[in-house]
Write a protein that binds this ligand. Sequence first.
Ligand code: PMP
Ligand code: GLN
Length: 382
Amino acid sequence: MINYPSSKLPDINTSIFTVMSALATEHHALNLSQGFPDFNCPEPLVELVNKYMRDGFNQYAPMPGVLRLREKISEKTEKLYGYQPNPDTEVTVTTGATEGLFAAITAIVKQGDEVVVLEPCYDSYAPAIRLAGGMPIYVPLAEPTFRVDWDLVKRRISSRTRAIIINTPHNPTGAVMTKQDMDILANITNGTDILVISDEVYEHMVFDGKEHYSVLQHPSLRRRSFVVSSFGKTYHTTGWKVGYVVAPPSLTTELRKMHQFLTFCTATPFQLAIADFLEEEAHYRTLPDFYQAKRDTFLKLMAPSRFKFIPTAGTYFQLAKYDAITTERDVDFAKRLTQEIGVATIPVSVFYHDKTDNHFLRFCFAKGDETLEAAAERLVRL
Ligand code: PMP
Ligand code: GLN
């Protein structure tokens, strides 16, 4: 008899994204749950990956990432955010933003540290904090705007606060932080050793003429920050798992210590292909319009429904309040919709540590128009 060790994350189950995608497949439902596009990435990118594979670039990449890709990331950052990180000491390519976040969190969080997390929040932050021996300190974002209540954040800061994690544009609410938010965050952290982890994977999906404001644009914030992004979102390649982290040299040194033992490096042909494709500025510069058109198509199709929407400001997610349709718990409603109506969504309570249920579902609109039309046709009948 072996006594297996007790779980280090006893309350964590299979992620809702996996659960809902599996349920969608089982019931042949339209999958508007897990966030990924149902259309292909640009053809030249596929050709470039194939070319690099054929040309023999199939061995380990350098641990911090292919230098040319780090240089391109640095150039793009300077073009967009007016700051040019040093590719040698401040840019690290990771296996998706997921690894970047895990490496950043575990690099800095020690036993007993507190990390402020804004809820609802992406599901990977809290487990990483806890595995590092830290404690997530939750601060709610209130509907309908889900803007940060900075006074509340201030009140939750203590002498043990190691870091604050922010996410803009925000999954699942679509809320976008402004320069004013960043100024307040800078004021709050000024004179402290509190670090910032800024999850900016949806940086190229901000709508209605607004612009993404990156922590990298803020001189005093970027000195204390890890900024995490993902090519999966920008290039419709979530399955390639290529992301990156920009951070000051001393933080990057510690981040890389985690990265080298988590994955060591990220797939070589993908890095080389993305480095080349980053030349095609038009792709990411037109992405906001591309996704705004999808959001607007979806909202127009859903207008006759009983779901209530506030148009999302960023990301490829749209929240919908369903309290005019049913009083069911969101998890139950999402499952029933998948099984009976044939549309899979994400119940938003899973993004709260205490499963707060405000009767919201999250729809991913990174789908072809036919998928959105077919889904709306079913949903307006409810
Ligand atoms: N952060 C947020 C907010 C996300 O939505 C995602 C997408 N799953 C990630 C991080 C992880 O990105 P990646 O797929 O590059 O690991
Ligand atoms: N970020 C994606 C989402 O929010 C899911 C990624 C995953 O499945 N881990 O839907």
